[in-house]
Design a protein around this ligand. Structure first.
Ligand SMILES: *Cc1c(COP(=O)(O)O)cnc(C)c1O
Length: 411
């Protein structure tokens, strides 16, 4: 059955989230399908940053640590993120990058597993996760063994040697969702702890960490949370694990940082997972994105994400069916996060041609075109427009230009 432009208009008119689009700065003619790499700018960030810069920093200077509550911003915004991931207040702290938080969560989990020697993950995980694990194993002189297995054999690899299993819930290429509760239960049954990477989950799908009995989790601030380039990331540690030993034992994680005592004593709560001075300005911008996400109903966000992705896939099949795109995500929408991806021999060049036509997605080596679907600011018309432009590029073979063949540093 073909999809008419009337259908699209009606989908947009009946979209319960359509008013959120006005909350974002969106350039004319642009169809932005990369919100899973860098979310758009929420308009409210501009006045908030002006206030943070001129009043808090400019006028208040150091007094703003107390007067503007800078000192509590990591846990204040952490408590807000907690609501999006099924955690309790006091279980999430904001700061540093996802990579650093992966290191913190892994080492904290290892400190709770003195008799086990393996950190386990899967081969196709987002590279930084595996790099951090490899570096940790090297740093520990191989006393902790890094082990990776194929994505489908993770649970079978859980034996009595595994201290920590690290997995990403929504796969960054295929969008395949792992069952957080099921995997956590299997790991616990084998005596392992789990660190979940929620970078492609938070703000995109419903997550309930405490219902799953989760141990640790980390995630990104600049993707679906729209926190801005290089936004601080977050770390979740279940209340059960607030005695875990932080290895990055900086002064902001100290029980009494302003006593300036000689010996490290970790804070008795989530603050122990802080290290140095928090990135206050970054947290101010991130808070705007998180607030906006909290105003939306996550069930509606998920429903729209599924509808956008189904429309995308159906339109590609209908309008671009002859051009060799291979859908590489799970066909069952319940098993898929908020993106769609296609393999194509000329994926890189086609993505370049799309960008020239103001459709922004991204290319993931070796041959994948990935399109992020962000329900807060995308309309159904955006999807229809993107596929139309893709069709034109394929019919005209626009991608076949020499300038589209040179690989840029960031894809
Ligand atoms: C985006 C992403 C990261 C990013 O890590 P940074 O330290 O913020 O660069 C990590 N893990 C996954 C799964 C991601 O998708």
């Amino acid at each position: 059955m073909s999809i008419s432009s009337k259908d699209i208009v009606s989908l947009d008119a009946n979209d319960p989230l359509r008013h959120f689009r006005d909350e974002f700065h969106i350039r004319e003619n642009l169809v932005y399908l990369d919100g899973n790499s860098l979310g758009m700018l929420p308009k409210r960030v501009l006045p908030r940053m002006k206030e943070a810069l001129t009043e808090e920093w400019g006028e208040g200077l150091i007094t703003s640590w107390l007067n503007a509550d800078w000192v509590n911003s990591p846990s204040r915004v952490g408590d807000k993120i907690a609501k999006l991931i099924g955690a309790d207040a006091g279980e999430v702290i904001v700061g540093e990058s996802t990579s650093i938080n992966l290191f913190k969560a892994l080492t904290a989990a290892l400190s709770l597993q003195p008799n086990r020697t393996v950190i386990l993950t899967e081969t196709t995980n987002f590279p930084t996760d595996n790099y951090i694990m490899q570096g940790l194993s090297m740093f520990l002189d191989g006393k902790i063994e890094y082990k990776e297995v194929s994505p489908d054999s993770v649970c079978e690899a859980l034996d009595e040697s595994v201290a920590v299993l690290l997995l990403t819930q929504v796969h960054y290429k295929t969008a395949k969702i792992r069952n957080l509760k099921e995997v956590t239960e299997k790991a616990h049954a084998a005596g392992a702890l789990v660190v979940w990477d929620l970078s492609h989950s938070t703000g995109a799908i419903e997550v309930d960490l405490n219902d799953a009995g989760a141990d640790f989790a980390v995630g990104c601030g600049y993707k679906f949370l729209n926190g801005g380039p290089g936004a601080p990331a977050y770390l979740f540690a279940s209340k059960r694990h607030h005695s875990a030993q932080p290895v990055l034992s900086g002064w902001f994680g100290h029980a009494k940082p302003f006593d300036f005592t000689g010996n490290y004593e970790a804070a008795p709560n989530i603050n122990r997972f802080q290290c140095g001075t928090p990135p206050v300005l970054g947290i101010s911008a991130l808070e705007c994105g998180v607030d906006l996400m909290l105003e939306a109903n996550i069930a509606e966000v998920r429903a729209k994400s599924i509808a956008l992705s189904e429309l995308f896939v159906n339109l590609v099949e209908e309008l671009c069916g002859d051009f060799g795109f291979e859908f590489i995500c799970p066909r069952d929408e319940r098993e898929r996060g908020s993106q769609v991806a296609f393999a194509h021999p000329h994926a890189y060049e086609i993505m370049q041609a799309l960008k020239a036509r103001d459709v922004i997605g991204d290319f993931r080596a070796p041959n994948i075109m990935r399109f992020g679907l962000t329900p807060l600011y995308l309309s159904y018309s955006d999807i229809a427009e993107a596929v139309q432009r893709l069709r034109t590029i394929c019919i005209e073979r626009e991608w076949n230009r020499p300038e589209y063949r040179t690989r840029a540093a960031v894809t």
